[in-house]
Ligand binder design. Structure first.
Ligand code: UTP
Length: 484
């Protein structure tokens, strides 16, 4: 062993011992120098004193949630302007369009997740998502951006957060497909940070192999540090970008850049704003936007007491109705300022119980767990909301903007949600509504479902009005596939 390795080993061992994690070096004597270097690099990327604290609070213990003293439903801008709001909405939309047209808005998608529920072999963004062309999720986003660039005669740079696990595959996917028509110089990818995964019973960091820790991405909250650390914020500032339109990779109908939302956010001089989806029923699994001691925050659905979740107003509408679907706009200088504050910033950690394949020290073999054996630690981007002085919530519409792909298809399973099948049905339904608004006759089954498969490319339309002036059929034949 070289002197340098030896010195690093001694320092790493001391740090791991203090954190109660010295087993990470269990196979040290059997490793080649190259493996030792890799393991030491991985160890050096982890904040072990913080790990030691988090193992106690979040792995061996479950952090208790204390209901804050004061929780009120968050106010929000309705999807469509109410009485007296029409002018404000129109002005906001114009402002949003102006910002896009002046090249001051960037698209940003978080694509560093592991997509374990979907079980797709590759980055989730490479999943074929649309009903006819089977366009990958990344391509849906790219087409949306290209159409926006055409409409507003501007460049909309695209930033993608990957993870060390899928970064190379994501880059390769874009290169193989010619960046889906985007200019390579306007696409920037950067990996987020990772955290070790821990044995749920012992709190010990799991190994993936004798020389590798089992690591997992640190949650989409990691984007707020990764944007800065990667140089993406500096790149945005150099390009004159002011606003970041934040979306998740797994929703093929998300408005990647929405002038109405960006305009309302900018007009109210907000640092970070959010879209909300009205919850369909009290216990729908969406975090809820609330005012906690006067500050906007998202309370996880599991933490909202049943009696509060079920409260209704005088009109029978859920009081705590504003569900969080992870669509935000953030000011570039807000993200910069978070990262340059004295002492930095920290988002709270959350525990996720997951199945993690790991290398067993005793049997020296891989273990493929059948039920959750591990704890992953993640931060959430919405936990930056309480750090804002000004923020708004804007309502969106489920059919128009929410058809996520989270789970694998489960044919024959009634009530399957958020899977490719339901997403494709959702895409067809939205396309049908857009066509009907232009007077096209769309066939429906007796129970009201669309009796056709319809895909509208974002290059044709990213909103219903874009179909005006497009050559459309008068009617769609039942049972056919229609691509526009
Ligand atoms: P989800 O948690 O819903 O999806 O993340 P996932 O992580 O891809 O899949 P599961 O939970 O393992 O089944 C929502 C969005 O946040 C991104 C995901 O890529 C997705 O776009 N994300 C999540 C990150 O970028 N990094 C993370 O650490 C976690």
């Amino acid at each position: 062993m070289t002197d340098a390795l030896d010195t690093r080993y001694v320092a790493a061992r001391r740090m791991l011992e203090e954190a109660g994690q010295a087993h990470v070096l269990y196979f040290w004597d059997q490793l080649k120098d190259e493996q030792k270097t890799n393991l030491l690099d991985q160890i050096a990327s982890v904040d072990w004193p913080e790990v030691s604290r988090l193992v106690k609070t979040h792995v061996l213990g479950k952090p208790a949630f204390t209901l804050p003293g004061s929780i009120e439903p968050s106010p929000y801008y309705a999807n469509q302007p109410g009485k007296g709001q029409k002018q404000k909405y129109q002005k906001a939309r114009k402002l949003g369009e102006k910002l896009i047209g002046e090249g001051k808005v960037a698209a940003f998608t978080v694509a560093g997740g592991q997509g374990t529920r979907l079980g797709w072999n590759g980055p989730k963004g490479s999943y074929p998502a649309t009903p006819i062309r089977k366009l990958p999720l990344f391509a849906c986003m790219a087409e949306y951006i290209r159409k926006t660039e055409q409409k507003y005669q501007a460049v909309v740079p695209c930033y993608i957060m990957t993870s060390p696990i899928n970064d190379a595959a994501t880059r390769q996917f874009f290169e193989q497909h010619g960046y889906f028509g985007l200019k390579a110089e306007n696409v920037m990818m950067f990996p987020q940070q990772m955290m070790p995964a821990f044995d749920a019973v012992t709190g010990k960091a799991l190994l993936e192999s004798p020389d590798t820790l089992a690591m997992a991405p640190n949650g989409h909250g990691g984007s707020l540090k990764a944007l800065f650390a990667s140089g993406a914020i500096a790149d945005m500032q150099q390009r004159g970008i002011e606003q970041i339109s934040y979306t998740q990779v797994d929703n093929p109908i998300v408005k990647v850049v929405d002038p109405q939302f960006i305009g309302l956010h900018a007009m109210d001089e907000c640092q970070m704003s959010s879209k909300m989806l009205p919850k369909a029923y009290p216990k729908e699994k969406l975090g809820v936007f609330c005012l906690v001691d006067g500050k906007l925050a998202v309370i996880e659905y599991s933490n909202l007491p049943d009696d509060m979740a079920e409260q209704r107003d005088a009109e029978g509408k859920l009081r705590f109705i504003a569900g969080s679907i992870a669509i935000h706009v953030l000011r570039v200088d807000f993200v910069r300022d978070l990262n340059t504050r004295p002492g930095g910033f920290a988002l709270p950690w959350n525990r996720a119980d997951k199945k993690v394949a790991c290398f067993d020290l005793q049997t020296r073999s891989m273990v493929e767990p059948k039920s959750p054996n591990a704890v992953k630690l993640e931060t959430f981007v919405f936990d930056a909301l309480p750090l804002c002085d000004k923020t708004i919530v804007y309502e969106t519409d489920r059919v128009q903007e929410f058809a996520p792909i989270k789970n694998a298809d489960a044919p024959g399973t009634p009530g399957a949600v958020d899977c490719p099948r339901t997403s494709m049905d959702g895409q067809t339904l939205r396309a049908a509504l857009w066509l009907e608004a232009q007077g096209v006759k769309v066939p429906r089954t007796a129970d009201g479902r669309i009796d056709a498969v319809i895909e509208i490319s974002p290059m044709t339309a990213i909103e219903a009005d874009d179909l005006k002036g497009v050559d459309l059929p008068e009617a769609i034949d039942p049972g056919t596939e229609v691509l526009l």
